[in-house]
Design a protein around this ligand. Sequence first.
Ligand SMILES: C[S@@+](CC[C@H](N)C(=O)[O-])C[C@H]1O[C@@H](n2cnc3c(N)ncnc32)[C@H](O)[C@@H]1O
Length: 257
Amino acid sequence: MKVLIHKEKREVVDGREFIVAKAKQYFVTDLSKDVHTLYGTISQQDLSKPSGSVIKSDNGKEFFLLDASFIDIYKRFRKLPQTIPLKDIGLIIGETGINPQSIVVDGGLGSGALAAALAHIAKHVFSYEVRDDCIATSEANIKMIGLTNITVKKKSLYDGIDETDVDLITLDLPEPWKVIPHCAKALKTGGFIISYSPSVPQVMDFVNELHKHDQLLYLKTVEIIERLWEIEGRRVRPKSTGIGHSGFIVFARKIRA
Ligand SMILES: C[S@@+](CC[C@H](N)C(=O)[O-])C[C@H]1O[C@@H](n2cnc3c(N)ncnc32)[C@H](O)[C@@H]1O
């Protein structure tokens, strides 16, 4: 898979700067065909050039060719239910310190976005899901990105967790408090739980249930607000569009065997 990037082009006319060609990216999955773009056709032969090559379309427009990286492919995932945005995934990875030795239990799998981001770093991810359409979509996404360390399980997390000695359990389902007793059994001492919920009542019920379990320590609840900025010469200001509220991330830890 390849990525073709056409950079924005500007021209100054009568002292004023105009965008004459907008920035555009193309994700190419079929390398056996020419690619038709807004700025002309890229020939199939050029797609086999090394990553970083500068190639031209049939009408002379310049493109940068890159091998598709993990994140390029990840951004092409087909999405069914709401997925966790990267801003929140970054904090989950940072705060729990998962690494190539980590075992993770995740659920619900949804479109497999969080499971894939975690499997990119961890040793193995076991992800639970109850819906067949989500399992089919996420399995296609996992195959597309080439991950082989995710085990998809058709099972409700409310009924229990099969794994033990788990480093991290990520909960992104409607009633996460129902999974807390199973987390206490499945986690290794020092392991983390994160629960991701869009609404305040879910956070309240989850944290109140956590407090009933001596083995578990409630750490904190975080909402990440991401604000994009527009930089146009000296006109620098926050963008008026962007991700609004996504979800609250609750962190907890198992502190006793
Ligand atoms: C918001 S989505 C999860 C999105 C996922 N984290 C991602 O990044 O793509 C919630 C998922 O939880 C699943 N689910 C609901 N109840 C469940 C349960 N008891 N056990 C496992 N999965 C469940 C739903 O079918 C749905 O796919």
